[in-house]
Design a protein around this ligand. Structure first.
Ligand code: NAP
Ligand code: MG
Length: 496
């Protein structure tokens, strides 16, 4: 897909255009207040653009536009077959603009452009395609009422869906909300993270080009406390779908209770355990995937396998393999296809991650990384970092770090492994490695996690639900189950 060289990407980056206005009612508009915020490339520290900083009045305009579009029926009452055609065209347009979208993603939040071009953008196109193809194949129900009554149970779109998403996979997180919400016939007001507004704005423009009516998808860049809060408290938003931190997720529950009791669906943090048993038949594969599970996307992954629980007899062997893999995964220029890891999203987050690393140095044994670095003398980068001999009570074993920092914990038997794994306020994902089929099923059944991957990490697909237990949230993204969040059941009872 992405055979471009470092030079090619630099050339494309020099001429790329950033959409820096809000997208409301089918048009790019400045914030009413005229306010902007700077979007900075974390790999260089350079300002990419000054972006419209939406406030309450802009959110009002966007919600009103979404409501008008919904009421018009142009999308909400269009046939599922028509919605399918438009969303399939959008998937195609995402693929046609692959390089541009991948670059926007990389410049904005620091990820490797190669990953954006091979994972993020194709992933987004695939998900729009998946919901497009699904939506005209789902049947409603007729209840078993008997003669004289005909009882229809139908799914209807909710109306206006607010979506608030984070910066780690900006296009994908926007897509996970928008694709099912739009396929079901809703209008959407999307607030991207302030660190990463550009791909969402381009997505909205491409959706119009694909044939989505004006007002059906609005994008309101801005700060969480202003734009995000206004959306969360809006009296005319029917549903708020959120991905981000657990602390902010809890705020959305309060916003809802203090406003119109809108439905709130949360995908929040994680501290996912990866359990390696001594009967794992391929420790090299386990080490490869354990490294991938924590270093991919700089560890800025909600389901990152940040706790590695290893059975004591193979623990030292495993740590040795991981140290070698960390050494081979050093950060570099995100636009260089040879780089193994990109930049952290911004200086503030980098400082947070480094605070955890410094804490870890006091309580555990640092065996790889542990330093903040620059690339070509600039930017915010963190070395792939591994701590051995971590106690399950240490902060680096309990708190979500959201960076390339792995905590290794030894265990003796199954019960201890499960106890440590489940001793967390989070329950997003878990992985386990064993050649015993019985053990795999036994442990998968006992782990508190929305997804358990066996002999791999972070298994994920449009066809499977994604989401958490406990304080990792509730409701599911992806799969047909995501449509439950964006539709209401209506019973129509007919006597004849
Ligand atoms: P965040 O700070 O919670 O931000 C997420 C979104 O909420 C952003 O758009 C943010 O706006 C907005 N926001 C912040 N404060 C707000 C407030 N007071 N009221 C309303 N909205 C507000 O999370 P992040 O740091 O961007 O992302 C990292 C977190 O996301 C991690 O905890 C990670 O685990 C989680 N995550 C979860 C999943 C999942 O599926 N479970 C997937 C990816 C990431 P600003 O941009 O202005 O801050
Ligand atoms: Mg943030």
């Amino acid at each position: 897909m992405s055979e471009l060289s470092h030079k090619d990407w630099i050339g494309k980056a020099a001429t790329i255009r950033f959409r820096d206005k809000a997208f409301i009612d089918g048009k790019f508009v400045a914030a009413r207040s005229g306010r902007t915020f700077a979007s900075i490339n974390p790999a260089t520290g350079e300002t990419l653009a000054e972006v419209a900083s939406c406030g309450e009045e802009d959110i009002d305009l966007a919600v009103a536009s979404a409501r008008r579009a919904f009421a018009s029926g142009a999308w909400s009452r269009a046939t599922p077959g028509h919605r399918k055609d438009v969303l399939l065209r959008l998937a195609q347009l995402l693929r046609e603009n692959l390089h541009e979208l991948a670059l926007l993603e990389s410049l904005d939040m620091g990820k490797l452009v190669t990953d954006a071009a091979t994972v993020d953008v194709p992933g987004s196109a695939g998900i729009f395609q998946w919901y497009a193809e699904a939506i005209d194949k789902i049947y409603d129900e007729i209840a078993p009422s008997g003669a004289g009554d005909l009882v229809l149970v139908r799914r209807e779109p909710l109306g206006v869906v607010g979506a608030v998403v984070p910066w780690n996979f900006p296009l994908d997180m926007a897509t996970w909300k928008c694709a099912p919400a739009l396929a079901a016939g809703n209008s959407v007001v999307l607030k991207p993270a302030e660190q990463s507004p550009f791909s969402a704005l381009r997505l909205a423009e491409l959706a119009m080009e694909a044939g989505l009516p004006a007002g059906v998808l609005n994008v309101v860049p801005g700060l969480g406390e202003t734009a995000g809060q206004a959306l969360g408290r809006h009296m005319d938003v029917d549903c708020l779908a959120f991905t981000g931190s657990t602390a902010v997720g809890k705020m959305f529950l309060q916003y809802s209770g203090q406003s119109n009791m809108k439905q709130v669906w949360l995908e929040t943090g994680g501290k996912s355990p990866n359990l390696v048993f001594a009967d794992c038949g391929n420790l090299d594969a386990a080490a490869d995937m354990a490294a991938f599970g924590i270093f991919f996307n700089q560890g800025e992954v909600c389901s990152a396998n940040s706790r590695l629980l290893v059975q004591r007899s193979v623990k030292d062997q495993m740590v040795e393999k991981l140290v070698a893999r960390a050494a081979a995964t050093q950060p570099g220029d995100p636009l260089d296809p040879a780089s193994k890891m990109g930049a952290m999203v911004d200086a503030r987050h980098t400082a947070n991650v480094m605070r955890f690393v410094e804490t870890g140095k006091k309580t555990a044994r640092l065996v790889a990384g542990g330093e903040q670095v620059t690339v070509n003398g600039r930017g915010s980068f963190v070395q792939p970092t591994i701590f051995d001999n971590v106690s399950p009570n240490d902060s680096i074993a309990r708190d979500e770090i959201f960076g390339p920092v792995l905590s290794v914990i030894a265990f003796d038997d199954e019960d201890e492994a499960v106890r440590i794994a489940n001793d967390s306020v989070y329950g997003l994902a878990a992985s386990l490695w064993t050649d015993s089929l019985s053990r795999a099923h036994r442990i998968a059944g006992r782990l508190h996690a929305g997804t358990v991957s066996v002999n791999t990490v972070d298994a994920l697909s449009p066809m499977t639900p994604f989401g958490g237990f406990k304080q990792s949230g509730f409701g599911r993204d992806l799969s047909l189950h995501a449509l439950d969040k964006y539709t209401a059941l209506k019973t129509t009872w007919i006597k004849y």
